[in-house]
Design a protein around this ligand. Sequence first.
Ligand code: PLP
Length: 235
Amino acid sequence: MTDERRDMLAANLTSVQKRIADEAAAAGRDPGELTLIVVTKTFPASDVETLASLGVRHFGENRHPEAGDKASALAGLDLVWHFIGHVQSNKAAAIASYADVVHSVDSVRLAHRLGTSAIAHDRVVTCLLQVSLDPPGQGQGRSGVLPDELPELADAVADTDGLRLGGLMGIAPLGGSARPAFELLARCWHELRAQHPDADILSAGMSGDFPEAIRAGATHLRIGSAVVGERPTLG
Ligand SMILES: *Cc1c(COP(=O)(O)O)cnc(C)c1O
């Protein structure tokens, strides 16, 4: 880790934390209600280590085995690992062995696989249900369930040993406006909490749209590039 990289991470982190605090104040919210998850996908474990030394506890990753490799390399640091990417069914068991929170649960089948593995590893995995926020007829192939499908999936997760139903996650549609999408997500969350009051996590907002997410009521922000810099484009 060069001093230069450390200084850049520290400066970016401070600036993002200040923007979060300002946006929370503008929205009349207590910044203490907001958890910053720094998304470190494609960046090395040394960046995670540096950010941990700067006080970050929550990290987001979207691919297996990269996520698990970092979690095991840094197992001594007592970090909270958030798996935010699509979970392929053949990787669910492995992911449940190290992820503390899975943000992308979108089927009963996946929930059962995660639960079985969580029990085998003597852990509890917090599950967020990913809600599709794409306009009807668009976004086919992206992950997430429709709002109508949430009650059934929520009950299934809540009834699965080894899992805790944590709440909801959403990604604003590409090229669309984040605000109505996050407002829809927040309405789904309020309905969910009427049945499952302990589902207290609303995961929304990335580098480009976290102010809208804070205004809509997000509790967990998934912020990558604003802290760690631009990722090299894949493929
Ligand atoms: C990569 C990613 C993020 C972070 O995106 P940035 O624009 O770099 O902040 C957030 N959520 C998910 C699901 C991601 O895959």
